[in-house]
Design a protein around this ligand. Structure first.
Ligand SMILES: [Mg+2]
Ligand SMILES: [Zn+2]
Length: 256
C-alpha cells in the first residue's frame, strides 16, 4: 500500500516545473540600471525617463538612448555592480535550485553584463549565455562607452518590452507545468499572465491583488524556497511519530 510520502513523490515526479525570475529589485535589492545611470551617466538621462514615463517612447528606445549617456570605464562599472546589495538568501536558493534540477531562467529588461556578474557573486558556476541560461538586454563596454542591444524583443510584442518576458515564458514553458514566476515590478505584469504560480512583492503584488491574479507574497528567496520545496515534494518525507502510526493502524481496524 502506498504511503503518503511515496504518493507525494510520485505526484511530484509527474510535474515538469520551470521557473522564471525577474532580476532588478527581485534578485538585487535595487534597480541596477537606475544606479548605473544615476552614478555614471550624464543627468539628462532623466529627461528621457520622462518621455518613457508619459508613454511617448517604449522601454527599448528609452534604454538605448539613456545608456548612450554613460561615461565610465569597465572598472568603474564593475565596482558599482560589486556593491549592489543582493537578496540575502539568493545564494542558498541557487544551491537548492541546482540540487533540485529545477530549470531556472533570469528574464530581465536589464543587462546581461550585470546579471552574469551578480549570479557569479552568488556562486552560480558554468556558462551564463544570454539566450540560453538567462534572457536580458545585452551590454558590452568599449573604452568609456557602453554598447547595448536587445536580442529578446519579440515581433508580436505590443508592450514595447526591451526583453519580452511573456514571449520567452511561452516558448520555454511550452509543455512544462507548473510555470513559476517571481518578480517585483510593473514590468512583470505581462509575465504573470503566462505563469501558473506567481511569487510577488512590491508593485507587482499590488497589481496582482488589484487584478485578482492569484499570487503568493514573498520578502526573500527563503520564502520562495520554502513554498516551492513543499509544493514540489522536495521536503524530506514527513516523519510520522509512533503515536500517529498507532492511530492509523488502530483506525483501520476499529473505525468503521
Ligand atoms: Mg524588477
Ligand atoms: Zn512584450
Amino acid at each position: 500500500m502506498a504511503t503518503r510520502s511515496s504518493t507525494t513523490a510520485r505526484k511530484a515526479s509527474l510535474l515538469k516545473p520551470v521557473m522564471f525570475c525577474d532580476f532588478d529589485g527581485t534578485i538585487t535589492q535595487v534597480d541596477v540600471t537606475d544606479e548605473i545611470l544615476t552614478q555614471l551617466a550624464n543627468p539628462s538621462w532623466r529627461e528621457i525617463e520622462q518621455e518613457w514615463a508619459c508613454g511617448s517612447i517604449g522601454s527599448r528606445e528609452c534604454l538605448e538612448r539613456q545608456l548612450a549617456l554613460v561615461d565610465a570605464s569597465a572598472e568603474e562599472l564593475d565596482s558599482l555592480i560589486d556593491a549592489i546589495p543582493v537578496d540575502p538568501s539568493f545564494s542558498r536558493f541557487m544551491q537548492w535550485i541546482e540540487k533540485s534540477n529545477l530549470p531556472f531562467y533570469v528574464v530581465s529588461d536589464g543587462f546581461d553584463y550585470v546579471v552574469r556578474s551578480v549570479l557569479k557573486r552568488a556562486g552560480v558556476n558554468g556558462q551564463l549565455r544570454n539566450g540560453a541560461h538567462l534572457f536580458a538586454s545585452s551590454l558590452a563596454v568599449e573604452g568609456r562607452r557602453v554598447k547595448v542591444s536587445f536580442p529578446h524583443t519579440a515581433n508580436g510584442c505590443a508592450h514595447g518590452c526591451a526583453t519580452c518576458k511573456a514571449e520567452i515564458m511561452r516558448k520555454l514553458g511550452h509543455g512544462r507545468k507548473p510555470i513559476i514566476f517571481a518578480g517585483d515590478g510593473l514590468s512583470d505584469r505581462h509575465a504573470v499572465e503566462e505563469a501558473d504560480i506567481v511569487f510577488a512583492k512590491r508593485q507587482l503584488l499590488v497589481h496582482c491583488r488589484k487584478q485578482g491574479i492569484a499570487c503568493r507574497s514573498f520578502d526573500t528567496f527563503a520564502d520562495i524556497q520554502a513554498s516551492l520545496a513543499e509544493m514540489l515534494g522536495e521536503l524530506s518525507p514527513v516523519r510520522r511519530t509512533p503515536r500517529a502510526d498507532q492511530k492509523k493502524r488502530a483506525g483501520s481496524t476499529l473505525i468503521r
